[in-house]
Design a protein around this ligand. Structure first.
Ligand SMILES: [Fe+2]
Length: 101
């Protein structure tokens, strides 16, 4: 699991998560999905066992769906964050357009 922070350290037994704590936990979950994708794809590419490869690649794709679910949830919980993503997309679109010239 990613170790850039431990959102579970913020959990208390005597109360529910705040909105900000929930957002941080969801970000951690997105990172965990990407890490799982990496692990499954890397393992699939490292074996000649056809069934293992097929299962690992299938599960990797399921993790991509999970990442999408968490990203959509994050967008619902924190719509402002989406504006930063859009700015990043636009910057890359500009680079793509420059490289096509
Ligand atoms: Fe998952």
């Amino acid at each position: 699991m990613p170790e850039f922070s431990n959102p579970f350290a913020i959990l208390k037994n005597d109360r529910k998560l705040t909105r900000e704590e929930l957002i941080r936990a969801i970000r951690f979950m997105v990172a965990a999905e990407y890490e799982a994708i990496q692990l499954y794809q890397q393992t699939a590419e490292s074996t000649d066992h056809k069934l293992a490869r097929a299962v690992l690649l299938d599960v990797a794709n399921e993790e991509k769906e999970h990442a999408g679910e968490f990203l959509r949830l994050l967008q619902a919980l924190d719509p402002e964050e989406e504006t930063f993503y859009k700015t990043g997309y636009e910057e890359v679109e500009e680079l793509i357009a420059k490289l096509k010239k």
